[in-house]
Design a protein around this ligand. Structure first.
Ligand code: PFF
Length: 461
């Protein structure tokens, strides 16, 4: 069966879809938290360097592999780097499968908080409500967890079902501008709060004395996750790019947008937190704390126009997560379509269904369900959810990323990579030999150092 391959309708549509993949829970949930944990300033600076020196070159590499081959993960790597490299594509597909299975659970929480904040907006914030207890109640309610994750999975399947231009691109064109608009409103409101100044100096004033070696690796590891690299998502999206669009320009836009959004989200959250006496001590505990425990209440007590912005904030989280989950599902679905010859509609249901089985495990790992809640494959990572997250963040992403980097730098001929990047549409600042140096030496050494750190017990999940 050789159907015509679907392509992005426009360059803008593609850039928005890829940016949608990149912007997700990593920007709104993980980045603010690790910035907090690593004392801001210097960490943020190191993160920016990692994004530019490692993330950007690998983004170009993944997109060029996709566009050159016009194939999904496995076929693409086989075609451009050699038959043995199909394994790396397969690794990416498995990685996307696992990540999607548990990412959906947290994405589902945004639906719950949207519903609750709507309730509070219209009925008032209940006096004496402890948002920490509310959070624990919702995550331990099995029926609720399953319903939320199922709703989110259905949303993801519904988009991917319609394909690249009619599904993914359309949704990105619609949702990304809404997402940017909501963030802007939140930013304007946050900057008017008393804590804004302190937040900005925490984020942007580097103090290198507080920077630890592990922080550098954490910044590096996160730059992968946030840009959706290492699991062939960008190879897959790249395979739908038409020839006349510049990969270099697109990569630069995706990377800049993703970084700006992560910083804006962090400014918003920290401005709120620093505005409330004692809040900064409370927040430190966990990643979920900031997003789902501290913020919901603060919208109703501190944030200017919080009654409107509260629900909008959770719409933002849901949209950001959805544009990421569709890219993860697309990695798996496009593999099944291309390599197994199954039509898109069937492939989407099949993959969506198979992944949801594992989503059930992840959803139930907070509900006290035997084994799922108590398993401990990796030390101190208790439960299915944490096990899967640990495995993906620490093992799958860096190894997949390293392999893709090596393929692009050492196994794809110079003629091919140069032909894809220097195609007449590239921006003037682009210098191919510099890219080649970064992809052959800087990126592999950086990614290998993550793997070495993991072997020595550093944790990136
Ligand atoms: N980049 C997404 C985020 O920051 O939340 C996560 C992600 C999506 C990673 C898609 C990888 C991927 F293929």
């Amino acid at each position: 069966m050789s159907q015509q391959r679907d392509h992005w309708n426009s360059n803008l549509g593609f850039v928005l879809a890829a940016t949608g993949s990149a912007i997700g829970l990593g920007n709104l949930w993980k980045f603010p938290f690790i910035t907090w944990e690593n004392n801001g300033g210097a960490f943020v600076l190191v993160y920016l360097v990692c994004i530019a020196a490692v993330g950007l070159p690998i983004m170009m590499a993944e997109l060029l592999i996709g566009r050159r081959s016009q194939k999904s993960a496995v076929g693409a790597l086989k075609a451009v780097a050699g038959p043995a490299w199909g394994v790396v594509g397969g690794w990416g597909v498995i990685c996307a499968f696992i990540l999607l299975s548990y990412y959906t659970v947290i994405a589902g929480w945004s639906i719950y908080y949207f519903a609750r904040t709507m309730e509070w907006t219209f009925g008032g914030f209940p006096s004496g409500l402890a948002t920490g207890d509310l959070f624990n109640e919702q995550v331990s309610n099995a029926g609720l967890q399953l319903a939320l994750s199922l709703s989110f999975s259905v949303g993801t399947v519904a988009v991917v079902y319609f394909g690249v231009s009619k599904g993914i691109e359309r949704i990105a064109r619609l949702f990304l501008p809404i997402l940017f608009g909501i963030l802007l409103l939140l930013l304007v409101s946050a900057l008017r709060m008393d804590g804004a100044g302190e937040a900005l100096s925490f984020i942007f004033r580097p103090n290198f004395a507080e920077l630890e070696p592990d922080s550098v690796l954490e910044a590096l590891g996160h730059s992968f996750f946030t840009l959706s690299l290492g699991m062939c998502a960008m190879i897959t999206y790249g395979s739908y790019i038409a020839r006349h669009h510049s990969i270099v320009k697109a990569s630069a836009m995706i990377v800049v947008l993703d970084t700006v959004i992560a910083l804006v989200a962090t400014i918003i959250m920290f401005s709120v937190i620093f505005s409330v006496a004692g809040m900064s001590e409370q927040v430190g505990g966990s990643t979920v704390g900031m997003l789902f425990i501290s913020l919901p209440e603060l919208f109703y007590s501190e944030v200017p126009f919080g009654v409107v912005l509260g629900p909008l904030f959770y719409v933002l989280v849901a949209l950001a997560a959805l544009t990421s989950t569709i890219s993860l599902l697309e990695v798996v679905v496009s593999y099944v379509i291309d390599e197994r010859g199954i039509a898109r509609n069937r492939a989407t249901f099949l993959c969506g269904g198979a992944i949801f089985v594992f989503t059930i495990f992840a959803a139930l790992s907070f509900t006290g369900t035997p084994v799922l809640a108590t398993m401990e494959l990796f030390a101190e990572k208790v439960g299915w959810f944490s096990t899967a997250d640990h495995f993906v963040s620490n093992w799958m992403l860096p190894t997949g990323g390293l392999a893709i980097t090596l393929a692009a730098g050492w196994f794809i001929s110079r003629k091919v990579s140069e032909g894809e990047l220097v195609d007449g549409n590239q921006p003037r600042w682009f210098h191919y030999p510099t890219w080649r140096f970064f992809i052959r030496f800087v990126a592999p050494i950086a990614v290998a150092s993550i793997i070495i750190a993991v072997l020595f017990g550093v944790d990136f999940s």
